[in-house]
Design a protein. Structure first.
Length: 255
């Protein structure tokens, strides 16, 4: 699939990110929201404390009337097991697929990279899930005149490929570029990032399982779940679901 200048990312809207990466969004929030921030302090446990919830994170411990957990589902399961073992089991049952991302950049490349990129199908038998043309989608991701792409490997289709060493992943990515785009030129720069739990796998029955999970969650007023494990994987889905959750939180308790 190739989308031209409008950069549509298929059904669901426009592909989006932040200048400087997603971390810049957190920096922006810190600068604009007067709050007590605790970064780099993984939450160990969330337990009931009266009508609220006690959050324990390293040396930090405090009670809140509203708690939003926006981690991967299996991480949320660990946080909430002492509070509700059934809820934790439902969270832990959400599967994730490993993903590796290989970035390749060139000072010069003949391919125009005019568009979004491409996604492959299972029937094509290709070694990559897809290729995003980063320097076209996000112009700040490469110096002026240079070009870059991001190659996705693994997922539900080929999880074993993620276990390759860095050289093997780069070779797989370059093979994918050759087969899909005819690009054989040696890149001037490469990087590799691997996530063992990269993308939530929405298996058959996922919607019903999530509905049951959120029914269980209703037993704990003031506790909320966010993130891409439940009702939409892409960032656009997270933005939409995050807005709905924020609107719900802004309502008076009991309203």
């Amino acid at each position: 699939m190739i989308a031209r200048r409008k950069k549509q990312a298929g059904p669901g809207g426009i592909l989006m990110s932040f200048k400087g990466g997603v971390g810049s969004f957190i920096d922006h929030l810190r600068q604009n929201i007067p709050a007590e921030w605790h970064l780099g302090a993984p939450v160990e446990e969330v337990v009931r404390d009266g009508s609220g919830y006690r959050v324990r994170a390293g040396g930090f411990e405090e009670v809140f009337d509203q708690v939003v957990v926006s981690t991967q589902a299996h991480v949320a399961a660990g946080m909430l097991r002492s509070l509700d073992a059934d809820l934790a089991d439902r969270l832990a049952a959400i599967e994730y697929s490993p993903v590796a991302v290989v970035g390749l950049g060139w000072k010069e490349l003949d391919h125009p990279l005019d568009g979004f990129g491409l996604l492959t199908t299972t029937s094509a038998g290709l070694p990559v899930l897809g290729v995003l043309w980063d320097s076209s989608i996000f112009p700040d991701r490469a110096p002026a005149g240079s070009k870059s792409v991001r190659v996705m490997i693994g997922g539900q289709r080929s999880p074993e490929l993620v276990q390759q060493d860095e050289a093997g992943l780069i070779a797989t990515a370059r093979d994918g570029l050759r087969l899909t785009m005819g690009v054989e030129k040696d890149p001037d720069v490469t990087f590799v990032q691997r996530w063992d739990n990269g993308i939530p796998s929405y298996r058959v029955g996922h919607i019903a399982a999530v509905d049951a999970l959120f029914t269980q969650l209703e037993r704990h007023p003031g506790l909320h779940l966010g993130g891409n494990a439940y009702r939409g994987i892409a960032m656009n889905d997270c933005v939409r679901n995050g807005r709905l959750l924020a609107e719900a939180l802004a309502q008076p308790r009991g309203g």
